[in-house]
Write a protein that binds this ligand. Structure first.
Ligand code: AMP
Length: 190
């Protein structure tokens, strides 16, 4: 290893040094996005601060490091942003759940109801096999429609849900109630 590589690795370590970071300071409210009446919780300021982002990933890693996780499922699209670094940190494979038609190989799929119409989530047939212990990650839980459909998808493949974790929980929308029977963990709540 060259001295340049050593320096790069040292610089990549988080600088927060074990201090607590208020994650709410890194979530931006955007009113009326993507449509009137929606208060959008924008996680890009969190991604944009290396220490705060590392802190959020470390909080999730600490919670699940002793849970013998076999796979971390990230839900399209912003769930990927948290699932991928967490998977690396926990030494577990990362599995994407995507909307219909986005995955290139054979898929399992589950259709679920939206306010108007339906949508479909898909996962590769070889991504989660029977008995695998799975942690499911998304950025925000609102009504939990997407998360609940993803849990069904994983269970159809034979996976065992160890838990679901999100950065932001919007408690007014009662997503937690829709996931009764599953362990839901959120880093911050509104
Ligand atoms: P839901 O199925 O209602 O829990 O929400 C589906 C997805 O939409 C979530 O995984 C979030 O990524 C996104 N989402 C829903 N509501 C919001 C919101 N108010 N702010 C940011 N993202 C949201």
């Amino acid at each position: 290893m060259t001295s340049f590589q050593v320096a790069t690795i040292i610089q990549a370590q988080p600088q927060y040094g074990g201090l607590k970071i208020d994650i709410k300071q890194y979530i931006r409210d955007v009113p009326d996005f993507p449509s009137p009446g929606i208060l959008y919780k924008d996680i890009t300021p969190l991604l944009g601060d290396a220490d705060a982002f590392a802190y959020a990933i470390d909080l999730l890693a600490e919670r699940y490091e002793s849970n013998e996780i076999d796979a971390i499922v990230g839900i399209e699209a912003r769930g990927f942003l948290f699932a991928a670094p967490l998977a690396v940190k926990l030494g577990a494979p990362m599995v994407p759940v995507r909307k219909k038609g986005k995955l290139p190989f054979h898929t399992h799929s589950v259709e679920y109801a939206l306010e108007y119409g339906t949508d479909v989530v898909e996962m590769h047939i070889d991504a989660v096999t029977a008995g695998r212990r799975v942690l499911v990650i998304d950025d925000v839980i609102a009504t939990a429609g997407t998360l609940a459909a993803s849990l069904k998808l994983i269970e159809q493949a034979g996976g065992e849900i160890v838990g679901c974790a999100v950065v932001v929980e919007l408690t007014d929308l009662a997503g937690r109630d829709a996931l009764a029977g599953y362990d839901l963990h959120s880093l911050i709540q509104y």
